[in-house]
Design a protein around this ligand. Structure first.
Ligand code: AN7
Length: 354
């Protein structure tokens, strides 16, 4: 029965909703936690119990839906006319979809030229007003903060207090699926909201006695956008993982605290390491996530080599978004000859390399 409830109804006792809150849902949450059968062996940890939380199976294809269902429900409850966000893509897709269902106007401010095509297509088709700027994500978020009040629109970036509250439900689902918390928890870090949200979820259920121990939180920034690791904002962040191309994370302090107090770490991974993990997930586990999502696995591989993750541990990696959003990255990262061969059996068998 409980799977028929909307995500935020299912966990309502842990969330700031009341009988007066209209529930705007697209069927988010309840995503699969899939056990690795090959990848852990390929990274030299055959005894590892490794699980992937497939957040790309949410209705708009990313984890953002967990927070957006609550942010949009609360915006409707408060009588908002419209919502606005800056985005590297996934927030905009999610905001646009939930706003469409709620009948709210949605304004989306994007860094021109650095949003994966699928995400842009989503925001447009869901009917948002999409405005690219000549600037990066950090500048877009500054502008959104500057104009939201005057324009009488609600910000639905993760600085909206309801976003992270909704996103913490991912931690609850992992605990329910495993019957305990993982020992190590690995996640990509961009604006640093999701790692903060998961920490809230794990901490809340640890403090209420539902789990004996909370996981060590390991967050991974892209090396060219690693503000937290370097201890200073990055003016011109660069990485091929466009979703985490962010130089001044909004939840910087909460994320650092999450890593520190849980005994974990925020580290960085190179584009090459991300690319390697992206392909490994696809080829060894049949999982097509987006490049940014693969930062969690790239980071796991790095920490395993460094000895900070033990090879026989219980580990969960969050795969934050669906690879189908970004087919360009998939094709660009593979050297495949797609020249057509003659439609003849002999030619075909030869092309098959047999
Ligand atoms: C697939 O959509 O910031 O550390 O504007 O799309 O919580 O920011 C997306 C971020 C990881 C990083 N994986 O999460 C946006 C945006 C994917 C993402 C992140 C994002 P945060």
């Amino acid at each position: 029965m409980h799977s028929q409830l909307a995500l935020i109804e299912r966990y309502r006792e842990y969330l700031p909703i009341t009988d007066a809150t209209p529930i705007i849902s697209l069927g988010e949450g309840n995503t699969p936690l899939v056990k690795a059968v090959n990848l852990h062996r390929l990274i030299g940890a055959s005894g590892m119990k490794l699980y992937f939380k497939l957040e790309g199976l949410n209705p708009t294809g990313s984890f953002k839906d967990r927070g957006m269902t609550l942010a949009i429900s609360k915006a409707v409850e408060a009588g908002a006319r419209g919502v606005i966000c800056a985005s590297t893509g996934n927030t905009s897709a999610s905001a646009a979809a939930f706003a469409a269902k709620a009948g709210l106007k949605c304004y989306v401010i994007l860094p021109a030229g650095h949003v994966a095509l699928g995400k842009l297509a989503q925001a447009i088709l869901y009917g948002a007003k999409v405005i690219p700027i000549e600037g990066n994500f950090d500048r877009a978020l500054e502008l959104v903060r500057e104009i939201a009040d005057d324009c009488q629109v609600t910000i639905v970036n993760s600085i909206n207090p309801y976003r992270l509250e909704g996103q913490k439900t991912g931690a609850f689902e992992i605990i329910e699926a495993l019957g305990q918390a993982p020992e190590y928890f690995c996640i990509p870090v961009g604006n640093a909201g999701n790692i903060s949200a998961y920490r809230r979820g794990f901490k809340q259920w640890w403090q209420s006695g539902k789990i004996a121990k909370a996981p060590m939180m390991f967050g991974f920034e892209a090396e060219g956008a690693a503000a937290i690791v370097q201890g200073k904002p990055i003016a011109n962040p660069e990485t091929f993982a466009t979703a985490i191309r962010i130089g001044n994370p909004a939840s910087w302090q909460e994320a650092e605290l999450a890593a520190n107090e849980s005994g974990g770490l925020i580290d960085s991974v190179t584009d090459d390491e991300i690319l390697h993990a992206y392909k490994l997930l696809a080829e060894s586990e049949g999982i097509f996530c987006e490049p940014s999502s693969a930062a969690s696995v790239a980071g796991l591989i790095k920490q395993l080599k460094a000895g900070s993750v033990l090879p026989d541990a219980l580990v969960t990696c969050v795969l934050t978004g669906n690879g189908l959003k970004d087919p360009d990255s998939a094709l660009k990262s593979s050297q495949v000859d797609l020249t057509p061969v003659k439609a003849e059996a002999k030619q075909l068998v030869k092309a098959m390399g047999l």
